[in-house]
Design a protein around this ligand. Structure first.
Ligand code: GN1
Ligand code: MG
Length: 359
Protein backbone atom coordinates (compact mmCIF):
# COMPACT_ATOMS: atom_id res chain seq x y z
CA UNK A 1 0.00 0.00 0.00
CA UNK A 2 1.18 3.49 -0.84
CA UNK A 3 0.64 4.72 2.71
CA UNK A 4 2.93 2.02 4.13
CA UNK A 5 5.55 2.69 1.50
CA UNK A 6 5.54 6.42 2.18
CA UNK A 7 5.73 5.84 5.93
CA UNK A 8 8.72 3.56 5.42
CA UNK A 9 10.52 6.10 3.24
CA UNK A 10 9.63 8.96 5.56
CA UNK A 11 11.13 7.03 8.48
CA UNK A 12 14.46 6.74 6.68
CA UNK A 13 15.05 10.46 7.28
CA UNK A 14 16.36 12.19 10.40
CA UNK A 15 13.42 13.40 12.48
CA UNK A 16 11.52 12.30 15.53
CA UNK A 17 8.09 12.77 13.96
CA UNK A 18 5.42 10.12 13.65
CA UNK A 19 3.72 9.51 10.28
CA UNK A 20 -0.03 9.83 10.51
CA UNK A 21 -1.35 10.17 6.91
CA UNK A 22 -0.49 11.59 3.49
CA UNK A 23 -2.02 13.62 0.70
CA UNK A 24 -0.77 13.79 -2.85
CA UNK A 25 0.12 17.30 -4.06
CA UNK A 26 -0.60 16.76 -7.71
CA UNK A 27 0.16 20.09 -9.36
CA UNK A 28 3.60 19.19 -10.81
CA UNK A 29 4.11 17.47 -14.18
CA UNK A 30 7.33 15.62 -13.39
CA UNK A 31 7.90 14.48 -9.79
CA UNK A 32 5.50 12.75 -7.36
CA UNK A 33 4.94 14.95 -4.35
CA UNK A 34 3.23 14.07 -1.06
CA UNK A 35 2.31 16.06 1.99
CA UNK A 36 3.20 13.92 5.00
CA UNK A 37 1.00 14.64 7.96
CA UNK A 38 2.43 13.76 11.36
CA UNK A 39 0.86 13.36 14.79
CA UNK A 40 2.40 16.68 15.80
CA UNK A 41 3.30 19.62 13.54
CA UNK A 42 5.37 20.39 11.52
CA UNK A 43 4.26 18.36 8.52
CA UNK A 44 6.68 17.45 5.74
CA UNK A 45 6.85 17.28 1.94
CA UNK A 46 8.18 14.02 0.56
CA UNK A 47 9.09 13.97 -3.08
CA UNK A 48 10.03 11.22 -5.49
CA UNK A 49 12.40 12.85 -7.94
CA UNK A 50 11.79 11.73 -11.51
CA UNK A 51 15.07 10.04 -12.29
CA UNK A 52 14.26 9.78 -16.01
CA UNK A 53 14.18 13.58 -16.19
CA UNK A 54 16.79 14.40 -13.55
CA UNK A 55 19.72 12.12 -14.34
CA UNK A 56 21.89 13.16 -11.42
CA UNK A 57 19.78 13.35 -8.28
CA UNK A 58 22.68 13.94 -5.84
CA UNK A 59 23.73 17.01 -7.85
CA UNK A 60 20.17 18.27 -7.98
CA UNK A 61 19.88 18.08 -4.20
CA UNK A 62 23.30 19.66 -3.74
CA UNK A 63 22.12 22.61 -5.82
CA UNK A 64 18.93 23.00 -3.81
CA UNK A 65 20.66 22.78 -0.45
CA UNK A 66 23.45 25.16 -1.48
CA UNK A 67 20.94 27.79 -2.58
CA UNK A 68 18.89 27.38 0.59
CA UNK A 69 21.99 27.72 2.75
CA UNK A 70 23.01 30.83 0.88
CA UNK A 71 19.59 32.41 1.38
CA UNK A 72 19.72 31.41 5.03
CA UNK A 73 22.94 33.30 5.52
CA UNK A 74 21.43 36.34 3.86
CA UNK A 75 18.31 36.22 6.01
CA UNK A 76 20.05 35.66 9.33
CA UNK A 77 18.69 38.95 10.64
CA UNK A 78 15.13 37.60 10.51
CA UNK A 79 13.55 35.94 13.54
CA UNK A 80 13.82 32.10 13.57
CA UNK A 81 10.08 31.93 12.98
CA UNK A 82 10.30 34.06 9.84
CA UNK A 83 13.36 32.18 8.63
CA UNK A 84 11.42 28.92 8.82
CA UNK A 85 8.72 30.40 6.59
CA UNK A 86 11.00 31.99 4.03
CA UNK A 87 13.73 29.39 3.61
CA UNK A 88 13.30 25.80 2.46
CA UNK A 89 14.65 23.25 4.94
CA UNK A 90 15.79 19.88 3.60
CA UNK A 91 16.38 16.86 5.82
CA UNK A 92 19.10 14.27 5.62
CA UNK A 93 18.55 10.54 5.94
CA UNK A 94 19.62 8.58 9.01
CA UNK A 95 22.76 7.61 7.17
CA UNK A 96 23.37 11.31 6.55
CA UNK A 97 22.65 11.34 2.82
CA UNK A 98 20.62 14.17 1.33
CA UNK A 99 18.27 11.75 -0.44
CA UNK A 100 16.98 8.21 0.04
CA UNK A 101 17.37 5.66 -2.74
CA UNK A 102 14.68 2.94 -2.79
CA UNK A 103 15.00 -0.56 -4.22
CA UNK A 104 13.20 0.37 -7.44
CA UNK A 105 15.86 2.93 -8.37
CA UNK A 106 13.57 5.58 -6.91
CA UNK A 107 15.03 8.71 -5.33
CA UNK A 108 13.34 10.55 -2.47
CA UNK A 109 13.88 13.88 -0.87
CA UNK A 110 12.27 15.36 2.23
CA UNK A 111 11.67 18.93 3.31
CA UNK A 112 9.73 20.69 5.98
CA UNK A 113 6.26 21.85 5.08
CA UNK A 114 5.64 25.55 5.58
CA UNK A 115 2.41 25.84 7.53
CA UNK A 116 -0.24 28.53 7.09
CA UNK A 117 0.72 29.04 3.47
CA UNK A 118 -1.17 28.99 0.19
CA UNK A 119 -0.34 28.61 -3.49
CA UNK A 120 -2.27 29.66 -6.57
CA UNK A 121 -2.64 27.79 -9.83
CA UNK A 122 -3.99 30.99 -11.34
CA UNK A 123 -3.76 34.60 -10.28
CA UNK A 124 -6.89 36.25 -8.93
CA UNK A 125 -5.80 39.83 -8.40
CA UNK A 126 -3.17 42.43 -9.26
CA UNK A 127 -1.95 42.24 -5.67
CA UNK A 128 -1.00 38.60 -6.08
CA UNK A 129 0.76 39.36 -9.36
CA UNK A 130 2.64 42.22 -7.68
CA UNK A 131 3.64 40.07 -4.68
CA UNK A 132 4.78 37.30 -7.01
CA UNK A 133 6.98 39.77 -8.88
CA UNK A 134 8.47 41.11 -5.66
CA UNK A 135 9.26 37.65 -4.41
CA UNK A 136 10.99 36.61 -7.61
CA UNK A 137 12.98 39.85 -7.53
CA UNK A 138 14.00 39.08 -3.96
CA UNK A 139 15.05 35.55 -4.86
CA UNK A 140 17.24 36.79 -7.70
CA UNK A 141 18.70 39.53 -5.51
CA UNK A 142 19.42 37.16 -2.63
CA UNK A 143 21.19 34.75 -4.95
CA UNK A 144 22.92 37.38 -7.10
CA UNK A 145 26.24 36.99 -5.26
CA UNK A 146 26.16 33.20 -5.45
CA UNK A 147 28.65 31.92 -8.02
CA UNK A 148 26.30 30.40 -10.60
CA UNK A 149 29.15 28.44 -12.18
CA UNK A 150 29.34 26.23 -9.06
CA UNK A 151 25.81 24.92 -9.72
CA UNK A 152 25.39 21.72 -11.70
CA UNK A 153 23.40 21.93 -14.89
CA UNK A 154 20.84 19.37 -13.72
CA UNK A 155 19.02 19.38 -17.05
CA UNK A 156 21.53 20.42 -19.70
CA UNK A 157 20.25 22.99 -22.21
CA UNK A 158 17.01 23.35 -20.26
CA UNK A 159 15.99 26.70 -21.77
CA UNK A 160 18.29 26.53 -24.76
CA UNK A 161 16.23 27.44 -27.81
CA UNK A 162 18.39 25.69 -30.42
CA UNK A 163 18.28 22.51 -28.37
CA UNK A 164 14.49 22.70 -28.05
CA UNK A 165 14.20 23.28 -31.83
CA UNK A 166 16.43 20.28 -32.49
CA UNK A 167 14.23 18.12 -30.27
CA UNK A 168 11.15 19.46 -32.05
CA UNK A 169 12.56 18.81 -35.52
CA UNK A 170 13.51 15.28 -34.55
CA UNK A 171 10.01 14.65 -33.18
CA UNK A 172 8.53 16.06 -36.40
CA UNK A 173 10.51 13.61 -38.49
CA UNK A 174 9.38 10.61 -36.43
CA UNK A 175 5.77 11.37 -35.56
CA UNK A 176 2.59 10.01 -37.15
CA UNK A 177 0.62 11.61 -39.99
CA UNK A 178 -2.31 11.90 -37.66
CA UNK A 179 -0.36 13.89 -35.10
CA UNK A 180 1.15 16.10 -37.81
CA UNK A 181 -2.33 16.94 -39.01
CA UNK A 182 -3.69 17.65 -35.55
CA UNK A 183 -0.74 19.88 -34.68
CA UNK A 184 -0.48 21.63 -38.05
CA UNK A 185 -1.27 25.17 -36.84
CA UNK A 186 1.04 24.92 -33.85
CA UNK A 187 3.87 23.55 -35.99
CA UNK A 188 3.51 26.50 -38.34
CA UNK A 189 3.74 28.97 -35.43
CA UNK A 190 6.96 27.32 -34.25
CA UNK A 191 8.48 27.48 -37.71
CA UNK A 192 7.49 31.13 -38.22
CA UNK A 193 9.02 32.37 -34.97
CA UNK A 194 12.38 30.65 -35.21
CA UNK A 195 14.59 33.71 -35.74
CA UNK A 196 12.96 35.95 -33.14
CA UNK A 197 12.95 33.20 -30.54
CA UNK A 198 16.73 32.88 -30.77
CA UNK A 199 17.50 36.53 -29.99
CA UNK A 200 17.95 36.09 -26.24
CA UNK A 201 20.03 32.97 -26.65
CA UNK A 202 22.39 34.84 -28.98
CA UNK A 203 22.77 37.63 -26.42
CA UNK A 204 23.45 35.04 -23.73
CA UNK A 205 26.04 33.24 -25.82
CA UNK A 206 27.86 36.44 -26.74
CA UNK A 207 28.05 37.35 -23.06
CA UNK A 208 26.06 40.55 -23.56
CA UNK A 209 23.52 39.23 -21.10
CA UNK A 210 25.23 37.64 -18.15
CA UNK A 211 24.60 34.36 -16.45
CA UNK A 212 23.30 34.38 -12.90
CA UNK A 213 21.52 31.97 -10.58
CA UNK A 214 18.02 31.38 -11.92
CA UNK A 215 15.16 29.25 -10.61
CA UNK A 216 13.97 28.15 -14.05
CA UNK A 217 10.46 27.11 -13.09
CA UNK A 218 8.88 30.28 -11.75
CA UNK A 219 5.27 29.50 -12.52
CA UNK A 220 2.95 31.06 -9.98
CA UNK A 221 2.12 27.69 -8.37
CA UNK A 222 5.78 27.63 -7.27
CA UNK A 223 5.33 30.77 -5.20
CA UNK A 224 4.32 30.29 -1.59
CA UNK A 225 2.15 33.00 -0.02
CA UNK A 226 1.00 33.51 3.55
CA UNK A 227 -2.69 33.60 4.38
CA UNK A 228 -2.76 37.35 3.80
CA UNK A 229 -1.35 36.74 0.33
CA UNK A 230 2.08 38.19 1.03
CA UNK A 231 4.89 36.31 -0.72
CA UNK A 232 6.90 33.91 1.47
CA UNK A 233 9.32 32.03 -0.76
CA UNK A 234 9.85 30.24 -4.05
CA UNK A 235 9.45 26.48 -3.84
CA UNK A 236 10.42 23.69 -6.26
CA UNK A 237 14.07 24.63 -6.59
CA UNK A 238 14.90 21.42 -8.50
CA UNK A 239 15.84 23.35 -11.61
CA UNK A 240 18.01 26.03 -9.98
CA UNK A 241 20.85 26.46 -12.49
CA UNK A 242 22.84 29.16 -14.23
CA UNK A 243 20.58 31.15 -16.55
CA UNK A 244 19.55 34.65 -17.61
CA UNK A 245 17.05 36.83 -15.80
CA UNK A 246 14.60 36.60 -18.71
CA UNK A 247 13.99 32.92 -18.07
CA UNK A 248 12.56 33.58 -14.64
CA UNK A 249 10.79 36.79 -15.49
CA UNK A 250 9.14 35.24 -18.54
CA UNK A 251 8.19 31.89 -17.08
CA UNK A 252 6.36 33.62 -14.25
CA UNK A 253 4.48 35.90 -16.66
CA UNK A 254 3.37 32.85 -18.60
CA UNK A 255 1.23 31.64 -15.72
CA UNK A 256 0.44 34.90 -13.95
CA UNK A 257 -1.05 36.59 -16.99
CA UNK A 258 -2.99 33.66 -18.37
CA UNK A 259 -6.71 34.24 -17.83
CA UNK A 260 -7.18 30.45 -17.89
CA UNK A 261 -5.38 27.35 -16.68
CA UNK A 262 -2.25 26.20 -18.55
CA UNK A 263 -4.21 23.32 -20.09
CA UNK A 264 -7.53 25.06 -20.75
CA UNK A 265 -8.71 23.60 -24.06
CA UNK A 266 -11.29 26.26 -24.80
CA UNK A 267 -8.98 28.82 -26.34
CA UNK A 268 -11.62 31.55 -26.22
CA UNK A 269 -10.94 31.65 -22.48
CA UNK A 270 -7.20 32.14 -22.91
CA UNK A 271 -6.15 35.78 -22.99
CA UNK A 272 -3.14 37.67 -21.71
CA UNK A 273 -3.95 39.91 -18.75
CA UNK A 274 -1.95 43.10 -19.26
CA UNK A 275 -2.83 44.62 -15.89
CA UNK A 276 -1.34 41.57 -14.14
CA UNK A 277 1.75 41.95 -16.33
CA UNK A 278 2.19 45.54 -15.21
CA UNK A 279 1.60 44.66 -11.55
CA UNK A 280 4.05 41.78 -11.71
CA UNK A 281 6.69 43.86 -13.47
CA UNK A 282 6.26 46.65 -10.92
CA UNK A 283 6.89 44.27 -8.00
CA UNK A 284 9.80 42.65 -9.80
CA UNK A 285 11.50 45.93 -10.71
CA UNK A 286 11.03 47.30 -7.23
CA UNK A 287 13.47 44.62 -6.06
CA UNK A 288 15.63 44.29 -9.15
CA UNK A 289 15.91 47.56 -11.03
CA UNK A 290 19.25 48.56 -9.47
CA UNK A 291 20.91 45.33 -10.49
CA UNK A 292 19.60 44.99 -14.04
CA UNK A 293 21.70 46.26 -16.93
CA UNK A 294 19.90 48.46 -19.50
CA UNK A 295 20.02 45.54 -21.92
CA UNK A 296 18.46 43.12 -19.45
CA UNK A 297 15.74 45.63 -18.72
CA UNK A 298 14.96 46.36 -22.35
CA UNK A 299 14.60 42.71 -23.20
CA UNK A 300 12.14 41.79 -20.42
CA UNK A 301 9.09 41.85 -22.76
CA UNK A 302 10.87 39.61 -25.25
CA UNK A 303 11.81 37.38 -22.30
CA UNK A 304 8.12 36.93 -21.54
CA UNK A 305 7.34 36.16 -25.18
CA UNK A 306 10.24 33.73 -25.44
CA UNK A 307 9.30 31.79 -22.31
CA UNK A 308 5.63 31.46 -23.25
CA UNK A 309 6.87 30.16 -26.57
CA UNK A 310 9.48 27.69 -25.31
CA UNK A 311 7.08 25.94 -22.93
CA UNK A 312 4.54 25.73 -25.77
CA UNK A 313 7.26 24.27 -27.97
CA UNK A 314 8.15 21.67 -25.31
CA UNK A 315 4.50 20.63 -24.87
CA UNK A 316 4.12 20.35 -28.64
CA UNK A 317 7.30 18.27 -28.97
CA UNK A 318 6.09 15.93 -26.23
CA UNK A 319 2.75 15.52 -28.01
CA UNK A 320 4.57 14.61 -31.25
CA UNK A 321 6.79 12.20 -29.30
CA UNK A 322 3.79 10.39 -27.79
CA UNK A 323 3.83 11.97 -24.31
CA UNK A 324 7.08 10.64 -22.96
CA UNK A 325 8.01 13.57 -20.72
CA UNK A 326 5.09 15.36 -19.06
CA UNK A 327 2.39 13.60 -17.09
CA UNK A 328 -0.84 13.69 -19.11
CA UNK A 329 -4.46 12.97 -18.26
CA UNK A 330 -5.81 12.29 -21.78
CA UNK A 331 -4.34 11.66 -25.27
CA UNK A 332 -4.26 15.25 -26.53
CA UNK A 333 -3.42 16.89 -23.23
CA UNK A 334 0.01 18.07 -24.38
CA UNK A 335 -1.37 19.42 -27.64
CA UNK A 336 -4.02 21.36 -25.73
CA UNK A 337 -1.30 22.76 -23.49
CA UNK A 338 0.76 23.81 -26.50
CA UNK A 339 -2.21 25.46 -28.25
CA UNK A 340 -3.02 27.23 -25.00
CA UNK A 341 0.50 28.71 -24.77
CA UNK A 342 0.45 29.79 -28.41
CA UNK A 343 -2.92 31.48 -27.93
CA UNK A 344 -1.51 33.29 -24.91
CA UNK A 345 1.48 34.34 -26.99
CA UNK A 346 -0.82 35.72 -29.68
CA UNK A 347 -2.87 37.66 -27.16
CA UNK A 348 0.31 39.08 -25.60
CA UNK A 349 1.85 40.15 -28.91
CA UNK A 350 -1.43 41.67 -30.12
CA UNK A 351 -1.60 43.83 -27.03
CA UNK A 352 2.07 44.81 -27.02
CA UNK A 353 2.16 45.62 -30.72
CA UNK A 354 5.33 45.21 -32.77
CA UNK A 355 6.96 48.17 -31.02
CA UNK A 356 6.47 46.58 -27.62
CA UNK A 357 9.29 44.15 -28.32
CA UNK A 358 11.58 46.50 -30.18
CA UNK A 359 14.75 47.51 -28.34
C1 GN1 B 1 7.34 21.15 -15.38
O1 GN1 B 1 6.74 19.50 -12.90
P1 GN1 B 1 6.65 20.96 -12.82
O2 GN1 B 1 5.24 21.38 -12.90
O3 GN1 B 1 7.35 21.53 -11.62
C2 GN1 B 1 8.65 21.49 -16.10
C3 GN1 B 1 8.76 22.99 -16.31
C4 GN1 B 1 7.53 23.51 -17.07
C5 GN1 B 1 6.27 23.09 -16.32
C6 GN1 B 1 5.05 23.47 -17.10
C7 GN1 B 1 11.77 19.74 -14.95
O4 GN1 B 1 7.41 21.63 -14.07
O5 GN1 B 1 9.90 23.30 -17.06
O6 GN1 B 1 7.57 24.89 -17.16
O7 GN1 B 1 6.24 21.68 -16.09
N1 GN1 B 1 9.77 21.01 -15.31
C8 GN1 B 1 10.72 20.23 -15.86
O8 GN1 B 1 3.97 23.64 -16.25
O9 GN1 B 1 10.73 19.96 -17.05
MG1 MG C 1 9.27 22.24 -11.37
Amino acid sequence: MLSEKLKYIFDQFQHSAEFSSFKELASGHINDTYLIKTTKKPFFVLQRINHGVFKNVPELIENKVAISNHIKQKLQHLSPKKQKRQILTFLNTKSNASYFKGVEDDYWNLMQFIHKSVTFEQVESEDIAYEGGKLLGQFLTLTSDFDASTLSEVIPNFHDMSFRYREFEEALSKTSEDKLLKAQTSIQIVQDLKIEMHILQTLKESGEIKLRVTHNDTKISNVLFDKKHKGLCLIDTDTVMPGIVHYDFGDAIRTICNSAAEDEANLALVTFNMSYYKAYKKGFLQEMKQSLTPLELQYLPLGAKTMIFIIGLRFLTDFLNGDIYYKTKYPEHNLDRAKNQFKLLQSFTDQMGVDGFRV
